[in-house]
Structures are given as C-alpha cells and as structure tokens.
Write a protein that binds this ligand. Sequence first.
Ligand code: FES
Length: 744
Amino acid sequence: MIEIDALQTFARDMLPALEQEMRTVLAQPAASPSLHSEPATSLRSVQALRLSKGRPSYCQNELLMTGSNNNTTNSDALVIFMPSGRRGRVPHGTSLLDAARQVGVEIESICGGRLTCGKCQVQVEIGSFAKHGILSKDENVSPPSAEESDFLRQRRASDCRLSCSATVRGDLLVTVPEESQARKQIVRKSATKRVIEIMPAVRQVYVEVEPADLWDHRGDWERLQAALAGQWQLDAVYADTFVWRDLQTTLRQGKWTATVTLWQEREIIDVRPGYHEGAYGLAVDVGTTTVAGHLCDLRTGEIVATESMMNPQVTYGEDLMSRISYGMMHSDGVAVMHKAIIKALNQLAGRAAAQAGIKISDIYEVVLVGNTVMHHLLLGIDPVELGGAPFALATHSAIDLKARDLGLRLHPGANVHIPPVIAGHVGADNVAVLLAEAPHQQDEMMLIIDIGTNGEILLGNRHRVLSASSPTGPAFEGAQISHGIRASPGAIERVRIDPQTLAPRFRVIGDERWSDEWPAGSGNGHQPTLASGICGSGIIEVIAELFLAGILWPDGRFNPTLDHPRLRWQGKSGAYVLATAGQTSTGEPILVTQDDVRAIQLAKAALYAGAKLLMNRAAVTTVDRVLLAGAFGSYIDPKHAMVLGLIPDCDLERVYAVGNAAGDGARIALLNRDKRLEAQQVTRWIDYVESAVEPGFQEEFVAAIHLPHKSDPYPHLADILPGQPDRTQSGRSGRRRQRRSLDE
Ligand code: FES
C-alpha cells in the first residue's frame, strides 16, 4: 500500500487512458511479457507517463498506484529508498524487498528471498533526516535472524541487511547500493554521455521445486512450471529442447532447488542444480575488415573482456563487392565465407571467455551487427541480390535464432539477436549506431559518419532522420595505401609537418614521444618504437598536413614546383618521405605516394558526397554537430578530417570522434531488451536514400575530390587553409625543383 496524496485523483481519472497509451507504444508480440521483469506490481512511475503528450508532468519520485490495492493507513510505515528518493507507506511486517517493489525500486533477488544469493543487500540509515522529513530508528527494522547474520558475516557485510529478510517496523530511510539495483545504469562515454539501463533479455531466477512424490502424478516439468509461477509469477513459460534432456537429473542433483535461466521471460534456456550465478553476453560488430566484440556480464552490464580480430573473409575479397563476386564465381563461395566468419566468432568468443575467466557455456546471448553483406553471409544467405539494383534484402526484420543453429559453440540454449537492417546498403551496424547516438531523440541537426570499408551516414534530428551509405573502400583502414597497416604498435597515428621547413614529425602507437623527441643515436635514453607503417588516423593526418603545408595542391597533386629533400619523383608522380630509413623497423623509408593521396581522395569524396546528398534532401546547408564513428573513429582528429574535406564545415568544437559506435549500439541491444523494440520502430521510420542511383551523387562526388572541396565553403577553417596555389611561380623557395626519383 502506498502513500498517494494528491495524486490519487489523477490516478483514478487519467491512468487507464495513459496505461492504454503506454501499452500501445510498447506492445510488441515478442517482448511484451518481458517489459516488467519483476513479479507483477500495480505501480507505474509517473516519469514513464510523462511520455504522454499533453498530460500533467510530475517529478520522478511521485508515484501512482493502479488497481484496488490503494488504501493506506496512517499506522503504515513510511519507507524512503535512496538514491532514487522513491517513498511509500507499507504495513508493518512488510519485507524491505517487497516495500521496494511496491514503490517501484527494483532490487536484485536471484534467489527470491531464500538467503542464498545475497544480491538484495541494502543499508538501513539510522538517524533523523530533516531533508527527507523522516526519523529512521534502529528499532524500526526487524533484527537480523541468526541465519541472516551468519550469511552477512561470511560475506563481510555485517553493516548491511538482506532486504528479503529485514522487515519494516516503523519509518525507515534505506539506501540501495548500486550493486543491489536490479536495473543498474551504466554510463557510456561518447560525445554526449548516455545512460544504458541494464535490462537484458536473459535473466536467472532461483526456485525451490516440490519434490516428486508417489501421490503427486505431475511430471518434473509441471512441478518446475508451478514453482516459477508461484515464486516468480512466470506463467506460460516453455523450455528449449535442450533443457528437457537433463531436467530430471538436474532437479535431483540440486535437491529440488535450481537456477533457471530465461530468455525474454518466456523461454527456459537453462536449468542448473541449486544456486548458480553467472550469465554473460557477447556484443559483436562484424565489420568488413575487423570483427570486434565485448563480453558483458548481463547482470551488471560490465564489460569483462574485449577481443578483436581480422574478418577472415578478407581472404575472399577486401570490400563488399568483391565478396559478392566471390560468392557468384564459386559454387561454394557463400558457404565458405559463412563458415569462415562463424569459425572466427567461435574463436573470438573463446578468447573473450578465457580473458574473463568464465566458461563458454556461461554465454547465453550474442548480439551481432554488421553491414547487409556481412549480415547475409553470417546467416549463410547469398548476398548476390545486394550487388545490383534494386539491392533487395532477404529480410530487413530483426532476427532471433539459436546460436547452435549457426554453428556457434556457446551455451547450447544461447540466443543470437541480429537487429533489423535499414536497406540494401545500410545494415544492422548502422542501426546499432542509431541506438548508440540516438539522433532521433535530439533537437540538433546531427550528422553521423561511420567510417569503415563501407561508409554509413545518418543525418537528422527528432523530426526526421535520413540515412545513406557510400562505398569508401578500405583505404581508411590502411589497405590500398602503399605503407598502410592496421592500428598496431609501430603504426604512425599522428603527423605534423612544419609549413616553413616542410619537415615532418610523427608519433607511433606504443610511444608517447614525437619522432623529433627520440634520442639521437643508439644507447641514449629509452629507445623509440620504430615506425612500421601508417594506420588510418595517420593517413588522414599526413594528407591534411601535406595540404596545409602547400606540398599538395587542392586537386591532390604534389606541388611540382617544390624542391625539397623530402620530395621524390617518378615521372610526374610525387611522393613524400614521412619516415626515413633510420626511423623505421624495416630499414626502408615510409613514403606517402600520389596513389595513396588519390585513394584517400576517392574515399573521402564518397563520404562527403553521401553526406551532402542527405543534407540536400533535408534542405539544410549546415549541421549542428558531426560525429565520427568507426573502428578508428576515436583516433581521428576532427580538424584534420575537416581539412581533408571528409566532413562538411562545422564548428570544430562540435565535431566529435565517438569510436566504435556500432559496437556500442550492439552492447546497448545486448543489455537492454527495450532498445531492441526501439531499433525496430526507428528503423522503419527513417528515410533511406540510395546514393548509388541518386542523380546528384556523381556531381557531388567529383566536386568533393578536391581538398577540402571544389566549391563548398569552409569558413571554420578560414584561418588555416592555404591560399590557392600560384602556378605561375616557381614555388616557395623560388627555385625550380630538381626531381628526385622515388627509387633514390
Ligand atoms: S534475495 Fe537472495 S538473499 Fe535476499
């Protein structure tokens, strides 16, 4: 029973309509039973109801009660839970766990109050708390039983109480520590901080099952069903086939107690004897070039291991089109590529589990995101239709299937969730970016560019979101660049070129010092990590710096009028010596060639043209915020990206590198089942623009090949961009260059 005060009238008059509205918003056949994960309660927080337009809005701590159980008496005790501040009146004798549930505070309770799990610990605060208007006295809570005291002592938590055991005897102020909060929140670091509410599709409950008996003719399954219904209000559950095989042995091993793992509150995917704790999930971004996964504790949301590896399909083609062609040219091509990625995912899961020190059978769910070709190959679907207009997908819906059906060796009952895809060229990875950055919830016009082998672009705000994809190719990932390598120790990731001397300095991954701070000669000081190549962020910086220093002209050609020892020539093709032979691990200089510049120009023009198409569609000439996502997104310097013309002009303070947003989105879908519903709704709401057949694309692409752009202005770079080259002069030194051969 709850204190309602002035809200009672509102509850009586408005709640049925509001609840109906919420049900309509949230109704989804697959997940509706799981929207309220704890045993049924008649409470709804007004905060949720604030979603309803035009309704009164109340602060978070105020509560409404539905149904008939709404009469409180003055003799009931006031209980306030911190840090939420939720409060309510409950009859004396109510357990703190039940009181918390009644006011909408969810406390962990895997064992359901059997003093087994210890997850329901709370702190009872003693004293007078004027701020909350409560006198919380020692005698207002029941003393711990011997069993509870023993339990807490063993866990070195004697200052806590088990909320399932402690009962209310008077007014109390109770703190629920973060570890005990059922819907924990974790903050994801990004351009804007985002809170992920932990509400996974998988959860575990502990049950005590009626033992078999001569006079009880029910089967063990029916006994388990009755226990779940009676102890956890879980009706209408069904079991994965795998569960049947061991159910009888398991129940007897556990002396008629068991831990049941449920998926979406309706399917039993595991039953283990007695009390068992530990459910993990894997969120994987299956990129064209790189596969990256986070292994997460599904109860806390914590990332317990992170692993990445090359996508082995690279062997069959570096980009999407070449993989589609491989499938077309080889009768077993699709099967070969499917097997390769499944094998890689098994390796990745095995490594992550080993890193975290858990068993692979403790992984109960995987969320996989990827572009549409990766999506089809993962599922063993021939992606041939994606290779040409009308770029038809086999399905754009979200998919749930058994991991074992894909050949993934996790827990036998584990589920694979693949979010929906947007269109033929915009896949579940882009939907994951949507979940992570949520442009559909923003007022500002936001441009998100996910840089990978296939660039994906989102533009919009809460009123409209547009999406497109651009075939950037693998240049940003180091491929197609003469000295390109993946981001690894020794890769050049930062570059500066002195505009006066044209001399470079660089920094490699694994060494904080710039190359001009390296000790001279061997044996002097801490030896540097020698350069082994250039990674994506390095190639962006070096080309932008070459342009700023006047070594590259706006059309991308090396300035033929310069004479400098760092410049080498082979015919009309120039190259710049970024690292000398003495600075590299191979003993060969690292050059940036004309072909490298061209490859980056084409890639960045494809991205820019895609973004521009969307801006034209949205009838905007500027954006408020630019987010750079992608495997190496965190490492891209916004200024250099803009100098290169990879993104439209924007206040540099409003350009953010957000890292692997697709991976973050996969993690959000793993940890919060409601976000899966949101993904389905938003995916069908956004406008997709097919850049491949858009009439203006070619024109935009050609104009964007220039550095930073042939015609679009960049007022925010006005102070740093070089002027137009004077092609009538003989260069900054006034001397005609003497050509140096690339072979020198
Ligand atoms: S709910 Fe498990 S010990 Fe309280």
